[in-house]
Write a protein that binds this ligand. Structure first.
Ligand code: ACO
Length: 311
């Protein structure tokens, strides 16, 4: 009976073992996973746009090849993650429908524009850096298919982070103008990167339950702090400043203190009014509609194959 199944589920979580697709799970656990993994998948797919914007304008063949490979990796991440939701009974077409009709979210970070090529480096350094800090603990998430997908994703993200940092180091060895571009991009992406970790713990409705279920392993604020502690020395090594006068090492806490991000901006972006929300969704919708003939052809092919087999 359900009580017994619930006890077995609780004991599995308690022992820190994995829940697998065929195991019984509470409806809330399934729903939370579908929500988080779908949002994550959508972020990977929408995240192709800000960088795709620079594919045709990369300054060299080498930079173009690297960027192309990275954008393709993001598509792959989206596909693994949609597959993980399918093991929970979700339907990929349904999830895409929810994304393009704004019924499901994607990461706030991808609603900001990429204004110059230094943005490509800063996205690798800060955005992929933040993604790694958030996602490495998800390799130990309690749901097997999600945790396993995250292992490969994290390896690729770490390559992305390094290519970004290498690009920025190269620009910082360049002209004054190139150095100014890196500083400008850092100033614009710093705060949105901190917002990627989600609202402060006190305003995060899902954290407590998700931690109890072992879906999340750390709170939003813990991961934000970890990212800041890791990134300040990287900024120093690069020779850029971070746009926060309140940033200072706190010996007592053993962490950097920092100022409060502008949470009204975060809410505005989540509500759909960030600088690029409309454009990102419009592009995604158009790409989906342009792909209708591919879906039609695949369905016709599958029907023909099935007919041959039965006929
Ligand atoms: N952008 C958009 N929405 C966000 C963000 C964000 N940066 N942070 C939180 N939210 C949403 C949550 O999805 C939740 O929405 P919902 O309840 O309406 O579905 C709401 O704000 C409240 O937040 P939390 O209660 O803190 O939500 P949650 O426990 O899901 O934590 C977090 C948010 C940390 C983003 C978590 O979902 C997570 O770790 N996701 C996996 C990583 C991920 O999605 N990364 C995507 C960007 S990285 C990349 O693609 C390169």
């Amino acid at each position: 009976d359900v009580e017994q199944l619930q006890r077995h589920f609780d004991a599995t979580i308690e022992r820190d073992q994995r829940i697998e697709p065929r195991d019984w799970m509470p409806e809330g656990y399934r729903k939370t996973l579908v929500r988080q993994i779908a949002q994550h998948a959508h972020s990977e797919i929408i995240g192709m746009q800000p960088e795709g914007n620079w594919l045709t304008r990369a300054p060299s063949l080498r930079r173009k090849a690297i960027l192309l490979a990275k954008v393709q990796d993001e598509a792959g991440h989206g596909l693994y993650l949609y597959s993980a939701t399918e093991t929970l009974g979700a339907d990929r077409a349904d999830l895409t429908g929810k994304l393009i009709s704004s019924r499901q979210k994607y990461s706030s970070i991808f609603n900001y524009p990429t204004l110059n090529f230094a943005d490509i480096g800063v996205i690798g350094w800060l955005v992929d850096g933040a993604a790694i800090v958030n996602q490495v603990p998800l390799c130990r998430s309690s749901y097997g298919p999600y945790a396993r997908a995250m292992i490969r994703i994290c390896k690729e993200e770490s390559f992305h982070q390094r290519q970004g940092y290498e690009l920025l180091m190269t620009m910082m060895r360049g002209t004054d103008e190139q150095q100014r571009m890196v500083q400008d991009a850092t100033d614009r992406w710093w705060w949105p990167s901190l917002m990627m970790f989600g609202p402060p713990d006190g305003d995060s409705p899902n954290t407590q339950q998700s931690m109890a279920w072992g879906i999340k392993r750390h709170t939003n604020d813990e991961l934000r702090q970890k990212f800041i502690d890791m990134t300040v020395p990287q900024a120093d090594a690069l020779g850029v400043s971070l746009p926060d006068a309140g940033l200072a090492w706190n010996d007592e806490r053993g962490h950097y203190d920092f100022s409060e991000p502008d949470w009204t901006e975060f809410k505005r972006v989540l509500a759909g009014s960030g600088p690029c929300n409309a454009q990102r969704l419009e592009r995604r919708r158009a790409a989906h509609e342009d792909g209708q003939w591919v879906r039609d052809a695949a369905a016709a092919h599958a029907a023909k194959q099935a007919e041959r087999q039965t006929g």
